[in-house]
Design a protein around this ligand. Structure first.
Ligand SMILES: NC(=O)c1ccc[n+]([C@@H]2O[C@H](COP(=O)([O-])OP(=O)(O)OC[C@H]3O[C@@H](n4cnc5c(N)ncnc54)[C@H](OP(=O)(O)O)[C@@H]3O)[C@@H](O)[C@H]2O)c1
Length: 231
């Protein structure tokens, strides 16, 4: 039976490449993004591949999340991938932190993944693989923080790491695997043009790791190459 992945932020960057990679491997892709009608690259992918379907979703809009979950209530989902994320303002060093901008990053990078998983837990439970995954970051690793700064982004990713770890414990009895990823430093709008890893390499690695996960991986922070990182 065809497997299904739901991806947020699937219109550009790593999310778009994940949609391309999973659909190229025969998966059905529920590609969510804020404005599907303006997402030309995603629409081109849909035109080439009838495994990809787009859905309008701002992940911070709780009512929209609920409506989508109701609309897809009979659809088993093998992997729910919370990819959508924002970096926040460029200036976020000591003395520069804007509280409203910080809250917006937390709403997108932390609250939204949790509320997505709550909203879609029945569909994931009905899937074969039962995987919930979110995009974290090496920048959210406390153990790896040797350079400071970036209070807004770092704290949001550290928080989503903790969310995914708690979910691994709380959803263990439902056989759900909860993991969080560092996708590499990736050449996207967020990663910038000097990043060493292409979105294609990152997505290909994430595909290999995601499709090889077992219950023993639940609760881990993993790179797109499958290495475990320290919290
Ligand atoms: N690039 C890197 O080096 C790197 C490293 C570590 C972690 N990450 C993480 O990887 C994920 C993808 O990053 P990327 O590099 O592909 O970034 P990107 O090119 O900036 O893309 C971000 C994606 O998230 C979507 N998004 C943001 N806020 C949203 C919202 N409220 N609702 C729905 N979609 C929303 C964007 O949609 P719009 O087009 O509508 O804005 C876009 O599709 C993020 O979580 C990021 O933090 C990236």
């Amino acid at each position: 039976m065809t497997e299904t992945i739901l991806i947020t932020g699937a219109n550009r960057g790593i999310g778009l490449e994940l949609a391309r990679t999973f659909s190229a491997n025969g998966w059905d892709v529920l590609a969510c993004c804020r404005h599907p009608e303006k997402a030309d690259d995603l629409q081109n992918l849909i035109a080439d591949n009838n495994h990809v379907h787009s859905y309008a979703l701002d992940v911070t809009d709780q009512e929209a999340v609920r409506r989508l979950a109701v609309g897809l209530k009979d659809r088993p989902i093998d992997i729910l991938f919370n990819n959508a994320g924002i970096f926040g303002p460029r200036e976020q060093g000591f003395g520069d932190v804007d509280p409203e901008a910080w809250l917006e990053v937390l709403r997108t990078n932390v609250v939204a993944p949790m509320k997505m998983i709550e909203a879609f837990i029945a569909q994931v439970t009905a899937g074969q693989r039962k995987i919930v995954a979110s995009m974290g970051s090496m920048m959210g690793s406390i153990a790896d923080n040797n350079s400071g700064g970036y209070y807004i982004y770092r704290s949001s990713k550290a928080a989503v790491h903790m969310v995914m770890k708690s979910l691994a414990i709380d959803l263990h009895d439902q056989s759900i695997i909860s993991v969080v990823f560092h996708p590499g430093w990736v050449r996207t709008d967020m990663g910038g043009s000097t990043a060493p890893t292409t979105p294609q390499e990152s997505a290909a690695g994430l595909y290999r790791v995601l499709t090889g996960l077992t219950t023993s991986d639940s609760g881990k922070l993993l790179t797109y190459k499958g290495e475990q990182l320290p919290w």
